[in-house]
Design a protein around this ligand. Sequence first.
Ligand SMILES: [Zn+2]
Ligand SMILES: [Zn+2]
Length: 412
Amino acid sequence: MGQDQTKQQIEKGLKLYQSNQTDKALYVWIKVLEKTSDPGGKFRVLGCLITAHSEMGKYKDMLKYALDQIDTAREMEDPDYLTEGYLNLARSNEKLCDFQKTVSYCKTCLNMQGTTVSLQLNGQVCLSMGNAFLGLSVFQKALESYEKALRYAHNNDDKMLECRVCCSLGNLYVQLKDYEKALFFPCKAAELVNDYGKGWSLKYRAMSQYHMSVAYRKLERLPDAMECCEESMKIALQHGDRPLQALCLLNFADIHRCRKDTDKAFPRYESALGIMTEIGNRLGQVHVHLGVAKCWLLQKDFDKALDSLQRSQELADGMGNKLCTLKVHCLSEGIYRSQGQEEKLREQVVKFLQCVEELELYCGMCGESIGDRDQKLQSLPCSHIFHLKCLQTNGTKGCPKCFKSSMKPGFV
Ligand SMILES: [Zn+2]
Ligand SMILES: [Zn+2]
């Protein structure tokens, strides 16, 4: 198969894919992959297969095609192809929660000396890197990466990228427990979808609704949370978007748990866990086990709660997610305290304090912790994070942590 025919067949697959005939599209693309003699065409068709498998949640296949793609790029020795190939490798590892690998592939991308074509990808690289740092609970670096991604989005007028970064920022502020900002950013994403998203895939709308729903739940606005989550789930079902379906199920379960309705929560946790195990979303699985543990606590079944916490901890340790490990120790501490098990309690307290130290979640001004309750936070352009109230009393002096002079609040 020559260059022209390859191009034609890729286009044919794209049309099928866009009209929701995914199986037929995959068939056409895999045939191209077998028959083409054009390396550029092979690279592009692998790109199509990577995107399709990512959206279906088939992350292991996604990684396999990304590895083929980087081999093709290496044969072609073209920096633009290499950058795109490494970005796809980074993304595949991000989806499989292999966050260290994601960070290192992103760094490889940023060090490539490509043309303007690959420079345009840098925003996406920064977003992926931010997500990986967030997965490792390295909040300041996550924030720094998101800031850079936003700057690329603004400079290139890339509203889709801006929308995705806003959703990720929502996720970051949920974790830092500034719920006002956690709601602000996905609302901003939803606005972008309304203003510019006529031609976009509906998944952007679904994604922003999902993140809004999580923030509403944290703000204890449960009817709003329910409404957004239903909207998101509806689109996820229409599009066969398994990864988002799993996240929505988890969020539905959490909403029911907040209403103390464990009968409704348990089966939803179980369905979410099923999909997440199948697709390889380990971070999602940790959150399911944490939610299940909290349900058992509501029912005062401490043995079952400890069992779920144990599972969360194993998965969280495997990924290097320190925030989840911290939550496990915090919940275990509560259980052992209520049971009067002094020795085990002490062990958990020590581990908990170790986590707090490693996370460096302190305000650089008052020295008090950040992210242990709902408090307004503000970052500076250097991406250091403080309590808003502390920065307001600091006046116009520079950043108290790194001594950079600008006190203008950062984008995020
Ligand atoms: Zn403070
Ligand atoms: Zn600073």
